[in-house]
Design a protein around this ligand. Structure first.
Ligand SMILES: NC(=O)c1ccc[n+]([C@@H]2O[C@H](COP(=O)([O-])OP(=O)(O)OC[C@H]3O[C@@H](n4cnc5c(N)ncnc54)[C@H](O)[C@@H]3O)[C@@H](O)[C@H]2O)c1
Ligand SMILES: [Zn+2]
Length: 365
């Protein structure tokens, strides 16, 4: 077992990374303070695979337990599912001394996190991330939220959990495509904030791609700790934390352009990182060799080399409505070298179009 602490204004919290740790969930939640009730929020896939062990562990630690599931997928990050959770909490008689346990991927964490942060103005939340994206990214840092028709994550809050229990063994049941998509976020964290993580992924790429248990556990530990370090120093994204948006300006626009049905989030971020690295060579002096290293790692992980044919104009419009713009100007996080990122900055428009066309955008007349 290994653990680190994340600093948050509302209170520090532990992130425990332990193979097989799910069987200790009940004791972990108790150690964080809650007693009495635990409402476990999950999605139907994860609940079927890992719900029974989670519930058993909570019961044997003395909790009275209720399981609530939402349909799997991004569409559950909705006001409809949010208000359904509030009603379930009320029907369970949930109190401030009880706990909400988010057992699932980033969708469950973001949704249950917002529900827990708002019910009774906040009940304790424990994250049990089960996807790779959730283990290395979304469970840490306290951002929770839902989507609107107008865009992703437009309603949300900063609401750090009481604790995070990460069991890398749960990744054994994750579909291969979801695993590779999560590896994209690991590469992102390496490229933008942690050169040693990047080098580890370079060395272990083929084993990671094939789901090797020990390599994955190592990657989860290194990437989660790197994210924990970043958000401990910049919880509310004044500067440093924005590095984690590397690849996301274009990634979010691509996801929106496909109506969240084409590329997975991590896959869209891959195209965004390829664009970001190509722009970085010209704009912030990323050595060509390092751009090639990044793209080679993504290739070895069998992540997309280009986007599906997408109208250029739609991408440009999508980027212009990103949450992270300033006065209407689209900002990019660029990487001057491996393990380091610029603050969000505008990029040359002609160069951007050229890079998007290289990566598969289409000019539609
Ligand atoms: N809050 C943040 O800081 C933050 C950071 C990154 C991403 N996110 C959000 O996270 C979401 C994406 O997360 P995700 O990729 O985990 O998506 P997800 O939660 O939809 O999970 C992906 C799929 O994997 C399944 N799954 C999860 N764990 C499994 C397991 N152990 N075994 C078998 N199947 C499993 C799920 O049922 C789902 O079908 C997006 O909404 C994104 O906005 C939030
Ligand atoms: Zn992401």
């Amino acid at each position: 077992m290994a653990q680190f602490t994340v600093h948050a204004r509302s209170g520090d919290y532990p992130v425990v990374v332990e193979a097989g740790g799910l069987s200790r969930l009940g004791r972990f939640v108790r150690s964080l303070g809650p007693r009495g009730r635990a409402v476990v929020v999950s999605d139907a896939n994860v609940a079927a695979l890992h719900g029974p062990l989670a519930l058993r562990s909570l019961r044997s630690a003395g909790f009275s337990v209720r399981l609530v599931t939402v349909p799997p997928g991004e569409r559950s990050k909705s006001r409809r599912q949010l208000s359904a959770l509030w009603d379930h909490f009320a029907a369970s008689g949930l109190e401030r001394g009880d706990a909400v346990v988010a057992l699932g991927g980033g969708v469950v964490g973001d949704l249950a996190g917002l529900a827990a942060a708002t019910y009774l103005r906040g009940v304790p939340l424990v994250m049990v991330p089960t996807s790779l994206v959730a283990q290395v990214d979304s469970s840490i840092g306290g951002k929770v939220g839902i989507n609107l028709a107008a865009g992703k994550n437009l309603v949300g809050a900063f609401a750090p959990p009481r604790g995070v229990l990460t069991d890398p063994r749960l990744l054994a049941t994750l579909p291969a495509r979801q695993l590779r998509s999560g590896l994209a976020e690991v590469v992102k964290t390496g490229m933008a904030v942690d050169a040693r993580l990047f080098e580890f992924v370079e060395r272990a790429a083929l084993r990671l791609r094939d789901g090797d248990r020990a390599s994955l556990a190592r990657a989860v530990w290194l990437a989660a700790r790197a994210k924990g370090w970043v958000v401990s120093h910049d919880e509310h994204e004044g500067g440093l934390r924005s590095a984690l948006n590397f690849g996301h300006t274009l990634g979010h626009a691509l996801e929106a352009a496909s109506g969240y049905r084409g590329l997975l989030h991590g896959e869209a971020v891959v195209v965004g990182m390829r664009a970001g690295a190509r722009l970085s060579v010209a704009e912030v002096g990323l050595p060509e060799r390092d751009r090639a290293r990044l793209e080679a790692v993504l290739d070895r992980l069998e992540l997309p080399q280009r986007m599906p044919p997408t109208p250029l104009a739609r991408l440009l419009r999508g980027m212009a409505s990103d949450k992270k713009r300033r006065g209407g100007v689209v900002l990019w996080v660029l990487t001057p070298r491996v393990g380091s990122a610029s603050l969000p900055r505008p990029v040359d428009g002609r160069r951007l179009r050229a890079v998007l066309l290289e990566l598969g955008a289409r000019v539609v007349r």
